[in-house]
Design a protein around this ligand. Structure first.
Ligand code: SF4
Length: 376
């Protein structure tokens, strides 16, 4: 099921851990919306005609910095160009400090039917450590308002593994979410990305390096609590109550085609992958001159195999060995199983109904295991 991703490259302030593409100046917000609308038109042919979208996803950056009229224009143009399935998911990533009751009502009226709110933590020192723009009170308040205004399809993001978050507080964060009956929770382990303030603070010795054991313990608490509460752990960082698997993100993991609009957005059409320039000024200039500021890579069988292994093994469905043989030949499946053998013996990988799966307690170290399974 095809989807459209729209990247809104603005944030109020830079969170210390974040390496996404954004600018903290919103001076060119109006120009950016015009350029996004134009890029949608320029790329009408990217997705097959006659196949309405299963999802529209506003990510960023901070999409909730747009006003409702701007979001409505983008949704309207997307639907006019590509069509939309009646049960399609329209998700907006939002930050708590942007979600007034009035804004939430407006978002519902213009067709946003799923919110993904960047809560990260309900504890003030933790939010300060991350340099989030919102406080703990706003984190709680916006969820209550979202539920009150009828956003039943709600996701929240948490970050664990910060040195400011004790295990008890992490458990408390989860309990608050469970108490509010949030149907979808994404929980990300804090990682130190190059060129971030966190990276620089650690390098300068202002902050101690992060402790793997601290994060591993919190991951274990997370998976155990989610299981007890009936959440499906359907992707390494994603959990949901039955019936709430994210449509848009699942399309990335299932190999569906998607079009990414905006600076730094990626697109995939089954043959190639392309990515827009991660620079607002260059993006605006190119689009205004009717040029697509994108680079494209034609995917080789090796690229496709490695991407499939990387994404499929992160999910609860794992890698389908029948599909692999049909797509890449039996030899590649034999190769995969031989690479996997030592992890199968260690109980970190399992073969169940002709699918290769990560064992639940190996998910925290998934990246290291998956890297050994790549072709080449
Ligand atoms: S609000 Fe989101 S995109 Fe913006 S800096 Fe923070 S984490 Fe990054």
């Amino acid at each position: 099921m095809a989807g459209v991703y729209i990247h809104i490259p603005f944030c109020k302030q830079a969170c210390h851990y974040c390496n996404f593409h954004f600018s903290t100046s919103v001076a060119r917000k109006t120009d950016m919306v015009a350029a996004l609308l134009h890029e949608l038109e320029m790329r009408r042919q990217y997705l097959p005609a006659g196949e309405p979208l299963g999802s529209i996803y506003f990510g960023g950056g901070t999409p909730s910095l747009l006003n409702a009229a701007e979001i409505e224009q983008l949704i309207g143009k997307t639907i006019a160009l590509f069509g939309l399935k009646p049960d399609a998911e329209i998700t907006l990533e939002a930050n708590p400090d942007d979600l007034s009751e009035n804004k939430l009502w407006e978002l519902r009226q213009i067709g946003v039917n799923r919110l993904s709110i960047g809560i990260q933590s309900f504890f003030e020192p933790d939010l300060l450590f991350m340099n989030r723009a919102h406080n703990a009170g706003e984190a709680l308040n916006c969820i209550e308002l979202a539920l009150k205004t009828g956003f039943t399809n709600l996701s929240i993001d948490f970050i664990y593994g910060t040195p400011t978050l004790t295990h008890e507080q992490w458990q408390r964060n989860l309990s608050i979410a469970f108490g509010l009956n949030i149907p979808h929770i994404s929980a990300y382990c804090l990682t130190v990305e190059p060129k971030t303030a966190l990276h620089s603070s650690i390098k300068k010795g202002k902050i101690a390096p992060l402790q793997d054991e601290h994060a591993q313990t919190q991951f274990n608490l997370l998976t155990q609590s989610m299981e007890e509460r009936g959440y499906q752990h359907y992707e390494i960082s994603n959990f949901c109550l039955p019936g709430h698997i994210a449509v848009h993100n699942s399309s990335y993991w299932s190999g569906a085609h998607y079009l990414g609009i905006g600076p730094s957005a990626h697109s995939y059409n089954g043959v190639s992958r392309s990515w827009n320039v991660a620079n607002n000024a260059l993006y605006l200039k190119a689009i205004q001159q009717n040029n697509l500021p994108a680079e494209t890579e034609i995917l080789t069988p090796q690229n496709k195999y490695n991407e499939y292994i990387m994404t499929a093994l992160r999910t609860m469905w794992g890698a389908d060995l029948t599909y692999l043989s049909a797509e890449f030949g039996e030899e590649k499946t034999r190769y995969l199983l031989s690479q996997a053998q030592r992890y199968v013996q260690q109980g970190k990988l399992q073969v169940v109904q002709n699918r290769l799966l990560l064992a639940p307690d190996a998910r925290f170290t998934a990246d290291a295991i998956i890297a050994h399974l790549f072709w080449g």
